[in-house]
Design a protein around this ligand. Structure first.
Ligand code: KIV
Length: 266
């Protein structure tokens, strides 16, 4: 009889850092995909607000709401048998006040049963992260390129201010974040942060020396055909496969080849 896997817990992240286990993280937004990724052995499923772009079709993550994030995170958390599930807090659900952040993070944990939340920002978010952790909300940090600040940053580009990124990462770690995403920074900066911090770093466009890696799943599968950043490696061409399958179906319907006798009821 197949045995149920042991679910990944928060303490595994600290353990993995000491053991040198490279953490495999992927984004997920719905039940069936989360089931597949979980059964493939993905350590952590991030319900990223990237869904604003790769699911909803916006050109930034800014329009995504907390209710939408909760809707998607609940499905993913219900699907995951082993993977640790992190729900992203969207733009304006935590930046205005510490009270907002605790309320938003608390809703995410209560209504979705995910294991932790993620938020963007370092030095400025330190007091918020501390208050959330004290309130019992595990927080994953996110520094370097912060897509929720894209209007202020002025575009999706590599963040080269090493001192600022280092200070942000330190602030998030000191405030109690259990792990931190490093997005779009030079590998040397990510390596320095990874060596200094006692919490795991999860890189996306941050080179090979991070403690783990994360990719946006539709990028990795080739099902999102918008902008493709340099750091994405394609592991499949699902977009082509979907188009070919749909075109074959339409042709079969048009010719009368679908459905056949075996696919019909007597
Ligand atoms: O929203 C997201 O998917 C993310 C990852 C790209 C790290 O924040």
């Amino acid at each position: 009889m197949p045995t149920e896997p042991t679910p990944v817990s928060l303490s595994d992240f600290a353990l993995w850092k000491t053991q040198g286990h490279k953490i495999g993280v992927l984004t997920a937004y719905d039940f069936p995909m989360a089931r597949l990724l979980d059964s493939a052995g993905v350590d952590c499923l991030l319900v990223g607000d990237s869904l604003g772009m790769v699911v909803q079709g916006h050109d930034t993550t800014l329009p995504v709401t907390l209710d939408q994030m909760i809707y998607h995170t609940e499905m993913v958390a219900r699907a995951a048998k082993r993977a640790f599930v992190v729900g992203d807090l969207p733009f304006l659900s935590y930046q205005v006040s510490v009270e907002d952040a605790i309320r938003s993070g608390g809703r995410m944990l209560k209504e979705t049963r995910c294991g932790a939340v993620k938020l963007e920002g370092g030095t400025r978010m330190g007091p918020t992260i501390r208050a959330m952790v004290e309130a019992g909300i595990p927080v994953m940090g996110h520094v370097g390129l912060r897509p929720q600040s894209i209007k202020a940053i002025g575009g999706y580009k590599v963040q080269r201010d090493a001192d600022a990124t280092l200070a942000d990462a330190r602030a998030a770690a000191e405030a109690g974040a259990f792990a931190i995403v490093l997005e779009c920074i030079p590998s040397s900066v990510a390596a320095r942060i990874t060596a200094e911090l006692s919490i795991p770093t999860i890189g996306i466009g941050a080179g090979p020396q991070c403690d783990g890696q994360v990719l946006v799943t539709p990028d990795l599968l080739g099902s999102f055909e918008g902008f493709r950043p340099k750091f994405v490696r394609r592991y499949a061409e699902i977009g082509d496969a979907i188009r070919t399958a749909a075109a074959s179906y339409v042709a079969d319907v048009a010719s009368g080849a679908f459905p056949n006798e075996a696919e019909s009821f007597r």
